[in-house]
Design a protein around this ligand. Sequence first.
Ligand code: 3HC
Length: 655
Amino acid sequence: MSASRFSDTVSATLTDDVLVVTIDNPPVNALSADVRAGLMTALDRAEKDNAVVAVILTGAGNTFIGGADIKEFGKPPVEPLLPQVIARIEDFSKPVVAAMNGATLGGGLEVALACHKRDAVPSAKIGLPEVKLGIVPGAGGTQRLPRLIGTAAAIELISNGRVVSASEANKLSIIDSLVENSLIAAAIAAAKSAADLPLRRTGKLPVPSDSEEAIDKAVAEALRKARGQHAPAEAVRLVRLAATTLLDEGLAEERRTFVALRDSEEAAALRHVFFAERAAGKVEGLEKVAPRKIETVGLVGTGLMGSGIAVAALNAGYRVVGIEQTREAADKGRERITGILDKAVQSGRLDTAGRDDRLSRLAVAADAQEFAQADLIIEAVFDDLTVKTELFQRLDGIVRADTILATNTSYLDPNIIAAATAHPERVVGLHFFSPANIMRLLEVVNCHKTAPDVLASALAFAKRLGKLPVVCGVTEGFIGNRIFSAYRREAEFMVEDGALPHEIDAALEAYGFPMGLFAVYDMAGLEIAWARRKRQAPTRDPAARYVVIADRLCEAGRFGQKAGRGWYSYPDGQRTVDPEVTALIEAARAEKGIAPKSFTADEIVTRLLKAMADEGEALLAEGIAARASDIDLVMINGYGFPPHKGGPMFAGGRR
Ligand code: 3HC
């Protein structure tokens, strides 16, 4: 066996006449200029060397190739370009086998698709997630994948950027075999056995014919989910092209589209989101702090929020102990949790063994003494300060000295809750969003006295749950609800100034929100916010602008969708503009002597974005949020802000 190095990141060994080429470019073996150059040199060497009968491509560590190097986007291109490397692989005179030792994504899968055979370990995640970055695959993915799996399946995968497990990739025929052990040995055997046969070049294969019906269905679904984003529709167009044009023409059109999208504002926004997600949860000074060990999670309250948190924790492998006040309520809590898991089984997301395993790790009791062994306790009880402070005082006497106490409050001051305990340093806020087993966002509230290792533990816990943690300081409503309040206030000012709720909603939906603000109000119900406004009334600044319209709606019993009437009415379940609401708005304007003016959709969105970004600036100035990009993530993942606009701070130019 002899070893060679072709660049800083690409080296090879000759094993049994097969050149095993390894890409070692941490952290994810991205296809940087150095990797591309190294691969070209390795192929040149393998071509000329008669002792080499075949080539294996593999990655160092747990990743095969994580894709093109996103950090190179926006910089002048450096040859060899990825399509050139890929063409060289596909046209190579000797077999080239991809030994996919882990994640194979984007340009990584495009490299693998050009290989003559693909073997993968069961843990490999495989896909073309480019649309999530606002682009389409730019090195043959849209042309080669349909040749392996058909047009409809390729549209579904590429237009959603869906990443699949190796076993699904195997079923779909993206890979040739799953290899449990000794991947390289298996790949060498496969390469040697291919050496005497005609090479299977993916680009030369015909696209298998799919029924028009299947293709139409995949296209309709892809366009429906795109919600104003350009890349998914372009991905659909390119995949369809593969069946009707020659490979070279398809590749040229794909590259043109890739370059145009890569340089677009939409792609810049999604790249911002990508890097924002990787930065979130990183706290200066916490890098070397070891988190506490968490195995058992205690939950006070197993209602809507508590049961969602329980399922999230069970899914992540924790033991969960739920506590309710009575045996009856505990039984109901267990039923609720079982119900969520049963639904997952019915929809095929979970198998029955998985459900039974989760249930075996769950206990729901009516006795808080059960918490004696818990490492972390999360309270998800009614949002009332007295209830929560009394609860935490009581827990102090039950739990171990090193148990972490977390509050899930949305609006109360967690510093006051922490101060009620003997050890405020063990208290942290974990503000989940409902349904907690589904929503990715988790605001991790760093209270005044939270100990560094408690914060580190909360972040590690969030990561294990598969959540996106964003750290914030203490303020009413934390990051999300503070910005949301500013957004809501401005929208109500605009209604008073002349815009109707459906005009505001239409502008927001055209911008990319899944649902306009007033439609969201109606869906959530108006009464809780009304009760809060009534509570706050005595302390409200009488000089501050206050819009009474929402109060009037509630006084008229218009509590939203459940009541059949709110900002809209809902005959037959259809959201409909209601003249009664328009009259009520006009009366409120007249009372204040406001002459209504009209707003364009652009003016509406600009004014709302400004309100959100201004509030974001305030949060940064107060030290509540550490980065503008954290605010963007909160609004995208918790409040429906369209990701392809990058979040309110990015879109508002506060980058
Ligand atoms: N280019 C450059 N840097 C990348 C990268 C990429 N493709 N993928 C990840 N990174 C960086 C991250 O920014 C992060 O950097 P940091 O440590 O400085 O914060 C580091 O690698 C580790 O990333 P993660 O925290 O995400 O690591 P995980 O182990 O959790 O996940 C992964 C690994 C599954 C590979 C994940 O990083 C990922 O999904 N990466 C993006 C995959 C992707 O979108 N590929 C397509 C790229 S576009 C393309 O290929 C175009 C082509 O068609 C021409």
